[in-house]
Design a protein around this ligand. Structure first.
Ligand SMILES: *[C@@H]1O[C@H](CO)[C@@H](O)[C@H](O)[C@H]1NC(C)=O
Ligand SMILES: *[C@@H]1O[C@H](CO)[C@@H](O)[C@H](O)[C@H]1NC(C)=O
Ligand SMILES: *[C@@H]1O[C@H](CO)[C@@H](O)[C@H](O)[C@H]1NC(C)=O
Length: 503
């Protein structure tokens, strides 16, 4: 009885795909989740990948300062111009609105003159470090789409770390280090994002570009999202298809641009000279007039709209998904495991809608069918031709699908999921050009092993051979061995790879 239904829908499927409709989509913007199309059978819905618009995310965050009483003005305090220790006619007074500098002023409208800013107390307790943590929380996963830009009103800090959390502030990872002297401050070699490449784009770097103190006119520091996108999409981000393709297949790349919280750790204020002028400590403090964070709610390509209600961001899930990030299938729509939408094929992507649970197929057969591919439909009665190496059985299961082994996909179970390659079935990659890059000049052979230069060993050529044998001279290793700073170790934890410099 189902069979005739299957076949008639199969015919419909063919009709739909051969009469391609002009989709109301801006190239690669994924701004609609579904559209009505006309077929011989009348109007039907066609589902596609979708995501909310990228927007100014500072409207939706909560800010927290540590220590909580670090904002200036309680008690009132006089501070001096950073560049001139004798110009001390500025006052901060928390109880007078015109003289107060509360944290909200980091997120208010800019363009006023003089600009409004948050300001810390001065460094009167020198040499005790003047340190402040500024935590921005969204209580929602968001995907960054543009540079994070912080404007300092009186000198960019000598040392600071930008950190991120992906689990609502439970754990933190460094995002970027900033210092006038990276080696001195963080034991890291200074780098700029321009020194990175597609293969090292997830490396956590220390940059000296933005910490030249008050002598330069620029007040701004960046966390360069766009430069990182450009490694995939080209310098003017023209080839977004390439970027989307990478984001689709490389979870670690996607996660890199995803946060629930950001933390700015201010470790040492701008001093602008080699020595701190102990007679004029009222010159040293932090002042931030603006923080820009552009991004979108992460909805796993299952929603176009993200609503802000009761100070909470939530995706309005389509495709019969649910949860704050559309991260699972609705009840009664668990006919196959949930999966995120896919950016591919460009420009409309794949919706990967949730389909009715097996028990409810009888009630709504049409829903299930509109998402089943023609190959699977055609397989129902005929031989399945499931790939014997890729599938659990060589026959279809009760509902007409080949059941694939781990790492395998496709209607016939003859394709590998990202991170796997075909060697008598899909096997997890030992090395590849994405996450599991061979190091120290090693090359990846058929995704199964790294061919290492003579001096190196380890799965990814990450170890010096002499270390393995315990025969490195006390000095000899020092120049060649990669220095493992705490930052890199944290990066290792963040990326979960065996070696710090690979992503
Ligand atoms: C900032 O956060 C770090 C990490 O949790 C912590 O070690 C440090 O003490 C905090 N600093 C301040 C000033 O609260
Ligand atoms: C989700 O389910 C509803 C019925 O509950 C249906 O109207 C709708 O078309 C379904 N959407 C998709 C994408 O399958
Ligand atoms: C058949 O396999 C598909 C795909 O793995 C699965 O979703 C479905 O539940 C299976 N059906 C039965 C009856 O085992």
């Amino acid at each position: 009885m189902y069979l005739s239904r299957f076949l008639s829908i199969h015919a419909l499927w063919v009709t739909v795909s051969s009469v391609m409709q002009p989709y109301p989509l801006v190239w690669g913007h994924y701004d609609v989740c579904k559209t009505q199309i006309y077929t011989e059978e009348g109007k039907v819905w066609d589902y596609m990948a979708c995501q909310p618009e990228s927007t100014d995310m500072t409207k939706y965050l909560k800010v927290k300062l540590d220590p909580p009483d670090i904002t200036c003005g309680d008690p009132p305090e006089t501070f001096c111009a950073m560049g001139n220790p004798y110009m001390c006619n500025n006052e901060c007074d928390a109880s007078t609105p015109e003289l107060a500098h509360p944290p909200e002023l980091m997120f208010d409208f800019e363009g006023r003159h003089p600009s409004t800013f948050w300001q810390s107390a001065t460094w009167k307790e020198y040499p005790k470090p003047l340190q402040v943590n500024i935590t921005l929380s969204w209580s929602k996963t968001i995907e960054l789409t543009d540079n994070i830009v912080i404007t300092f009103e009186s000198g960019r800090p000598d040392q600071m770390i930008l950190e991120k959390s992906l689990d609502y502030g439970r754990t933190w990872q460094p995002y970027q280090y900033y210092a006038t002297d990276c080696l001195d401050a963080f034991h890291m070699d200074p780098k700029s994002v321009k020194d990175l490449s597609q293969h090292t784009v997830l490396e956590i770097i220390c940059t000296e570009e933005y910490s030249t103190g008050y002598m330069t006119n620029s007040k701004i520091i960046h966390f360069e999202i766009k430069d990182r996108f450009a490694f995939f999409a080209g310098p003017w981000l023209r080839n977004m298809a390439s970027l989307y393709g990478q984001l689709d297949t490389t979870k670690k790349l996607r996660d890199f641009f995803t946060v629930t919280d950001l933390r700015i750790r201010l470790l040492r204020p701008a001093v602008g000279e080699i020595f701190v002028d102990e007679l004029h400590l009222a010159r040293y403090f932090y002042a931030i007039s603006d923080i820009k964070v552009h991004g979108r709610c992460k909805c796993n390509l299952h929603a176009t709209v993200c609503v802000y209600d009761n100070s909470k961001l939530t995706c309005e899930c389509e495709h019969n998904t649910t949860g704050p990030d559309c991260g699972k299938c609705k009840k009664n729509y668990q006919g196959r495991p949930w999966s995120p939408g896919s950016y591919l094929p460009i420009p409309k992507g794949t919706a990967n809608t949730c389909i009715p649970s097996i028990s409810s197929i009888g009630i709504a057969p049409k829903l299930a069918l509109s998402t089943v591919s023609s190959v699977q439909v055609a397989n129902h009665k005929r031989e399945c031709y499931c790939n014997p190496l890729g599938s659990v059985h060589d026959r279809c299961n009760g509902s007409g699908f080949c059941e694939c082994k781990t790492g395998t996909t496709g209607p016939k179970c003859d394709e590998c999921l990202p991170g796997n390659s075909w060697h008598y079935g899909c096997q997890p990659n030992v090395c590849d050009n994405e996450l599991l890059h061979c190091q120290n000049g090693g090359t990846c052979h058929n995704n199964v092993r790294c061919l290492c230069p003579a001096a190196y060993t380890g799965i990814l050529c990450e170890k010096l051979r002499c270390e393995e044998a315990g025969s490195c001279g006390s000095d000899s290793g020092q120049g060649a061995a990669p220095r493992c700073s705490p930052a890199l170790l944290l990066l290792t934890a963040l990326l979960g790879t065996a070696s710090p410099l690979v992503f």
